[in-house]
Write a protein that binds this ligand. Structure first.
Ligand code: SAH
Length: 244
């Protein structure tokens, strides 16, 4: 089940932080590391700071964008020290985040996303997340080193895994209960935008309206089944417009 949990580091500047994050992960039973356009990788400094976790570094997957790293995930939690303006569901307590993540990870891949040392995650990257989490810390000095943030959240995930009910032995969840992947949700939002324009509800792409609707559906958390119902509804509206 822990193999469904992916740690994603976005554009890490110091290769040493990649190694230290790999070590933090391995101590907590996590091995699935994805690097989005790291500045300098592979690098001896990454292997040095990994200590006994070089295997996690060696097996890390390097990708060109955050979308590529998380498209197949059903839950993507962005770790951020500051609250952002984007109204995504937010976990104030890492423990609550880990419990939710663990529940989804039983059946599908999920991701925890960490930003750059200098300026964290961009708003566009946060848009690829379904949730945000902050590690409660000193209000006057609350930004942790990247690998230490990985350690704290990886620990919470491991704690949630140890305390799980006997879920290893339960049957897979039926699709009405499973969350759509980020890619499926992205296709739905593209479809919704097309229909909003074709129907004349908006006359050109309107980022603010789309953002508000994305936030609404992020809170509503439609299941795969509900999402395909909505896709069917949009298709029939499109059909009606074509016929008119
Ligand atoms: N200067 C950046 C912070 C970079 S720290 C900023 O202001 O956003 C590097 C990464 O570590 C962050 O992007 C975040 O993913 C994680 N991190 C650091 N402190 C955190 C905290 N208190 N809560 C959650 N994540 C944190």
């Amino acid at each position: 089940m822990l193999s469904n949990i992916r740690i994603v580091l976005v554009q890490t500047y110091h290769p040493g932080n990649i190694g230290a994050s790999a070590r933090a992960m391995k101590t907590m039973g996590l091995e699935n590391l994805v690097l989005v356009t790291p500045r300098c990788f592979p690098d001896p400094e990454a292997s040095r700071l990994a200590a006994g976790a070089e295997d996690v570094v060696d097996n890390a997957r390097v990708v060109g964008s955050l979308a590529e790293a998380v498209d197949d995930c059903v839950q993507v939690v962005g770790a951020s020290a500051r609250l952002r303006s984007l109204p995504l569901p937010h976990f104030d307590e890492p423990a609550d985040m880990a419990d939710a993540l663990m529940a989804n990870a039983t059946d599908d891949p999920v991701a925890l996303v960490f930003g750059r040392e200098r300026f964290g995650l961009t708003n566009d990257e946060i848009r690829h997340c379904s949730h945000q989490v902050s590690i409660p810390a000193n209000p006057d000095y609350g930004v942790l080193n990247l690998s230490q943030a990985v350690q704290v959240l990886a620990y919470e995930v491991f704690r949630a895994w140890r305390q799980r009910p006997d879920s290893d032995f339960r049957a897979p969840r039926p699709s009405h209960d499973r969350q759509p992947t980020r890619e499926q949700l992205g296709h739905f939002h593209d479809h919704l935008s097309r229909v909003m324009q074709a129907s004349g509800f908006i006359t050109q792409p309107h980022a603010r309206t789309e953002e508000q609707l994305q936030a609404l559906f992020a809170r509503a958390r439609p299941s795969r089944k509900e999402l395909s119902l909505l896709r069917g509804l949009l298709s029939s509206v499109e059909q009606g417009l074509d016929d008119a």
